[in-house]
Design a protein around this ligand. Structure first.
Ligand code: NAD
Length: 266
């Protein structure tokens, strides 16, 4: 069933919408007619996103906010209510990575910040806009997790925070299900955003080492993650809730293979 302009006239709220995966999601939804509310800490990025996305002919609201600030989010929710903006779709993509340290050397302030943004920020947004969707009886949410939620990695704050986010997603799906609201997660693998490119350029990630572990031998693109998000938000996924869709060019599936033999290559 082809859906043209499936999101026409509806509002989608996207955290982390100023760049990378969040921005790609905003673009995919705007191309199908969705009006947008973008939340991000990056004021310049928000301004650039607004001018780029407005040119697609949709309304774009931006708010500079730290998603870990529950009171600030409450203010935004009240303001949107007062202006008649009813959020029907939500993508929770705001997130930060962390430096790699052992548990003995990882700065607790860094650990807690990763949790506040990657986990609590999404919790706060569900508390506000998920609840509004539940009351209205309609809505769909996608949280942005990571394959690191599902495997042991040296990311001792980031991976556990994403695992908690997947669990929250499944738990809320049960609470929301009788009320016409769906919530799912996407778990991207290595996705070539500017953020990842910057880490590669700074020598903090080794592109060849990463790709040697990826069965498809390439990075995912932000647009490919956005296509899965768009699917999960759409009526094509009307029976899908509480699940995590892995979009990783095969990384998770391949993670045990090399214990036995080298990854197959063309
Ligand atoms: N790129 C990857 O390989 C990859 C893999 C798995 C998961 N992810 C997840 O995808 C999501 C998007 O990451 P990305 O790669 O597009 O990175 P990105 O840095 O391009 O995007 C993250 C956005 O979140 C915003 N942000 C950061 N802290 C914030 C805060 N406190 N409040 C509001 N906004 C804030 C940033 O300004 C930025 O615009 C993140 O949740 C990340 O954990 C990315």
């Amino acid at each position: 069933m082809a859906e043209t302009h499936a999101f026409e006239g509806r509002w989608s709220l996207i955290t982390g919408g100023a760049s990378g995966i969040g921005l790609a999601c905003a673009q995919a939804l705007a191309q199908e007619g969705s009006a947008l509310v973008l939340l991000d800490v990056d004021a310049a990025g928000l301004a650039a996103a607004r001018s780029r996305l407005s040119s697609l002919g949709v309304a774009v609201e931006t708010r500079e906010v730290d998603v870990s600030d529950a009171a600030a989010l409450e203010g935004i929710a009240a303001d949107l209510d007062a202006r008649g903006v009813r959020v029907e779709h939500m993508v929770l993509a705001a997130g930060v990575l962390q430096p790699m340290h052992g548990i003995d050397t990882l700065d607790l302030a860094v650990h807690d910040r990763v949790w506040r943004i990657n986990y609590h920020g999404s919790y706060h947004c569900c508390r506000l806009w998920g609840e509004r969707m539940r009351v209205v009886g309609r809505g769909a949410i996608v949280t942005v997790s990571s394959v690191t939620a599902q495997r042991a990695t040296p990311l001792l704050a980031y991976g556990p925070a994403k695992a908690a986010l997947e669990n929250l997603t499944a738990s809320l799906s049960v609470a929301y299900a009788p009320h016409g609201v769906r919530i799912n997660a996407v778990a991207p693998g290595f996705t070539l955003t500017q953020a990842l490119q910057d880490k590669i350029d700074a020598g903090l990630r080794d592109a060849d080492a990463i790709l040697s572990q990826v069965p498809m031998g390439r990075f995912a693109t932000p647009q490919e993650i956005a296509a899965s998000v768009r699917f999960l938000l759409s009526d094509q996924a009307a029976a899908v809730t509480g699940t995590t869709l892995v979009v990783d060019c095969g990384w998770l599936a391949g993670s045990g293979w090399q214990t036995y033999q080298p990854m197959p290559r063309r």
